[in-house]
Design a binder for this molecule. Structure first.
Ligand code: SF4
Length: 254
């Protein structure tokens, strides 16, 4: 499904992987290593995408708490228990996801069909082709709003999606979204941002720096957080994990 990164196309998931750990980006998209198994996060994220997609594909009068619960039951039943540390982790995550998905989906009333629903767009930003999946987009009074549902995300990931959405909307549609929302389902957080025209330059600067950093693998060791290694799918085979030290913090966001 996901191609080897050739340098000609950067998709949102390439950048997301890079921000999680540059070496993970290297293993997956530069060396093209196949994953023997997905992590529980990837599998749960995939089921969240399917639930949200199905939910907003229904007519508004068919969207309800009962529908959300039915969809969670339908998609969660395909998630293998053995991906989790133990049964306690499996049920804790199921409970949190159910609670926060119920709140997020039933609070977010949309009268008609969404403007975008998991649509992949491609455009050129700063001489590089970028592809971004708009998850849920809705008309608003002045333009549109964009919402992304993630299993979890820190400020750096929310910033990545916000800036990507701003730059992408500006380049591809010639207008800014009225609001960008990132909802994280493990903790129920809502990151919200109302972009202004001045954010386009900030987003360009951010993106240029990110691209330059991706192209400098010799400096990857400066931007890795070692906490990620213990639940990384490449942990066993990763030659880089021992180079990572506790005092190395991500370089972009402080
Ligand atoms: S094991 Fe650690 S250093 Fe290696 S790819 Fe995973 S998170 Fe990055």
């Amino acid at each position: 499904m996901r191609e080897k990164q050739t340098g000609k196309l950067l998709a949102d998931y390439h950048l997301e992987t890079y921000l999680q750990c540059p070496y993970k980006f290297y293993h997956r998209f530069v060396a093209g290593k196949k994953l023997n198994e997905y992590s529980w996060r990837q599998v749960v994220q995939n089921s969240v995408n399917l639930i949200v997609h199905q939910y907003y594909s229904l007519p508004p009068n068919a969207r309800s708490k009962v529908t959300v619960l039915r969809l969670i039951q339908q998609y969660w039943s395909h998630i293998p228990l053995h991906l989790f540390q133990d049964k306690a982790q499996y049920y804790t995550i199921l409970a949190k996801m159910t609670d926060h998905l119920l709140q997020a989906l039933t609070k977010k009333e949309i009268d008609n069909s969404p403007l975008f629903l998991y649509e992949q767009f491609q455009t050129s930003i700063e001489e590089i082709n970028v592809s971004l999946k708009f998850e849920v987009g809705n008309w608003s009074d002045r333009s549109f709003t964009v919402t992304k549902f993630l299993v979890d995300a820190d400020d750096s990931m929310a910033k990545l999606y916000t800036y990507l959405t701003i730059l992408f909307s500006h380049t591809a549609f010639g207008m800014l979204p009225e609001k960008v929302e990132v909802i994280t389902l493990l903790d129920g957080n809502h990151f919200q941002y109302s972009p202004a025209e001045t954010d386009v330059q900030l987003a360009k600067a951010y993106f240029t720096e990110l691209k330059e950093n991706i192209r400098r693998p010799e400096e990857y060791t400066h931007i890795v957080s070692p906490q990620n290694c213990s639940h990384c799918v490449y942990e066993v085979e990763c030659n880089f994990k021992n180079e990572v030290r506790d005092d190395k913090k991500p370089g972009y966001f402080h």
